[in-house]
Design a protein around this ligand. Structure first.
Ligand code: SUO
Ligand code: CP
Length: 324
């Protein structure tokens, strides 16, 4: 694996899920694979899980880990080309990446959507600069349109809870991605990414969201989008709860009819569905305390699997680097 920014960077989804599950059994199986190499984890936005799970994963492989919380600790970065830098920005992203090339064997970056300019976000204006200027492999820690390490962890979690090869049940699980309320505009990255990965899993996948909140068609493709939440949740085996703002009316929050928060009452029409969320979650807004703390939640298991998703990816990148 050269870079990891989407599902399209992996050769075989089932193989990498199996690899991650094997790592989970023995995370310290290859403690020297990354010896003498350095990964830089660059965060342009906040993080709890991605920062810590990537750090654990890298350490399990013997990598040196540098963490840069760039938004708080580094110089104020300029992203636009050709700007006369006589304002607040101190260092151009191009120069920062060139310097990271000198220190790192792998560069991992978190760069959320700016939510101001749709074209910039759709074109991944920041991640694309890393892909252009980095001379080492680049890993996305969530970009403007995708969160692939999260989605891989989600696939691992679904597989653990629905062991496709071992189950006697001869049907695919029904997986529902349901929109949830929020107080502010949130990017579509997690929803897009989950959609992209579910389309490659052996599952029946549907999305439910209010009118005006359909995700980018380039991600949803043929996936059914249902605007009636109760209808979509019927017989679900897995429910993935996530908020996102409007894509069509970009980064706005059109008025929503009804209450979309996931509650135990809503779970009644499901097949005792397992509930997932990438976290952080706004309790009693996106989903109720009773769901979050209840027996259907596999949300902390999902968070734990972030370690093994990152470790499987770093391991594949190291295999490639160690070939040279
Ligand atoms: N990395 C996981 C999710 C990160 C981000 N959530 C947030 O920004 C939540 C912020 C808040 O709840 O105020 C998102 O959905 O893309
Ligand atoms: N799920 C996730 O990526 O969490 P953080 O934003 O805390 O890293």
């Amino acid at each position: 694996m050269k870079n990891f920014t989407s599902v399209y960077d992996i050769d075989n989804l089932q193989n990498i899920i199996a690899k991650a599950l094997k790592i989970k059994e023995n995370p310290l199986e290859n403690p020297t694979k990354g010896k003498g190499k350095t990964i830089g984890l660059v965060f342009l936005n906040s993080s709890l899980r991605t920062r810590l799970s990537s750090q654990i994963a890298a350490q399990n492989l013997g990598l040196n880990v540098l963490v840069l919380n760039a938004a708080q600790e580094a110089w104020n970065l300029e992203f636009a080309d050709g700007t006369v830098m006589n304002g607040d920005t101190v260092e151009h992203i191009k120069d920062a990446i060139e310097v990271l090339n000198q220190y790192c064997d792998i560069i991992a970056v978190r760069c959320f959507a700016g939510m101001k300019n749709k074209e910039d976000d759709v074109n991944e204006s920041i991640l694309s600069q890393f892909l252009k200027h980095a001379k080492v492999p680049v890993v996305s820690l969530e970009s403007a349109t995708r969160h692939p390490l999260q989605s891989l962890a989600d696939c691992i979690t679904i597989t653990e809870n629905w062991p496709f090869d071992k189950l006697k049940i001869n049907r695919k699980p029904k997986v529902v991605l349901t929109w949830a309320p929020h107080i502010k505009p949130i990017a579509q990255a997690v929803g897009n990414s989950f959609t992209e990965w579910m389309q490659q899993m052996d599952v029946d996948f549907v999305i439910t969201n209010p009118e005006g909140y359909d995700l980018d068609k380039n991600f949803t493709k043929e996936t059914p989008v249902i605007h009636n939440q109760e209808q979509a949740l019927k017989d679900a085996d897995f429910i993935y709860v996530k908020n996102w703002s409007s894509f069509d009316d970009y980064a706005n929050m059109p008025k929503v009819e009804g209450d979309w928060m996931l509650t135990n009452e809503k779970l009644e029409v499901t097949n005792q569905a397992k509930v997932m969320h990438c976290l952080p979650v706004r309790r009693n807004l996106e989903l109720s305390d009773e769901v979050m703390d209840g027996k259907n939640s596999i949300i902390y298991q999902q968070a734990k699997n972030r370690i093994f998703s990152a470790q499987a990816v770093f391991s594949e990148i190291l295999d490639e680097l160690n070939k040279c």
